[in-house]
Write a protein that binds this ligand. Structure first.
Ligand SMILES: Cc1cc2nc3c(=O)[nH]c(=O)nc-3n(C[C@H](O)[C@H](O)[C@H](O)COP(=O)(O)O)c2cc1C
Length: 213
């Protein structure tokens, strides 16, 4: 028999169409609890979530994101046909259809060993340069939290999609949500009852992705 955990990881799929059924706030809090148990670099827990379940606010965010995308992709590129722009608009703003959208932010974090920070600083690295050299530990922490959240959402019978395309409108989204300036928008996760079952996923052969030494 397959393990329950493998089954849950298989069941989690990107869902992009949802029914109107609301997602209760108790469940939102459960999803965020699961996210918050994720590991994080220096145990920084450098995440911040804004859950939006207000239809009017979701529409405003989707409108603003679509507008930013059209502005960005529609200028400085001669291949920007109407068809291309319509497809970009849809790709960045389909979170509009969800009854709940969770905006995932990263907070600035401090590396635990100040002496190590000094070495980087002496060698000319800025904050971002140091984090990148050490393997993006702040962004990875957010990824771990998002994946925990997606599994929790799946476990409770809801569907979601991990989205980065809307981040194109980060400044506008931050302004509309009224969040602190230091927060960086990393991902957007629309959540709702799935309106369809996705096609079966074809995985790469394990022999191609795993080596032993
Ligand atoms: C970091 C990240 C960003 C993603 N951004 C988007 C996105 O902007 N729009 C979208 O439709 N899907 C996005 N996806 C979902 C992927 O397209 C999806 O995970 C992939 O096609 C595999 O399908 P599955 O999630 O059903 O297994 C993203 C996934 C990840 C991990």
């Amino acid at each position: 028999m397959e393990s329950n955990f493998l089954e849950l990881t298989k069941k989690r799929r990107s869902i992009r169409k949802y029914t109107d059924k609301p997602v209760p706030r108790e469940l939102v809090e459960y999803f965020i609890s699961c996210a918050a148990y994720a590991p994080s670099g220096c145990d920084s827990q450098c995440w911040h979530f804004v859950a939006v379940d207000n239809r009017e606010i979701i529409n405003r965010l989707a409108d603003a994101t679509a507008k930013e995308a059209i502005e960005f992709y529609g200028t400085g590129y001669s291949g920007a046909t109407q068809e291309f722009l319509t497809s970009r608009e849809k790709a960045v703003s389909f979170f509009r259809n969800a009854p709940l959208v969770i905006f995932v932010f990263m907070d600035k974090m401090k590396y635990y060993d100040e002496r190590a920070v000094q070495v980087f600083s002496k060698k000319g690295y800025d904050y971002r340069g140091m984090v990148d050299k050490l393997g993006y530990y702040d962004i990875l922490s957010i990824g771990a939290a998002v994946q925990n959240m997606l599994l929790a959402i799946t476990e409770k019978g809801y569907g979601a999609c991990w989205m980065n395309d809307p981040v194109i409108a980060e400044d506008k989204i931050k302004e509309l949500l009224g969040v602190r300036n230091e927060l960086k928008l990393i991902s957007v996760v629309p959540v709702g009852e799935p309106q369809y079952s996705p096609r079966q996923k074809v995985l790469k052969d394990q022999k191609a992705i795993l080596e032993y030494r």
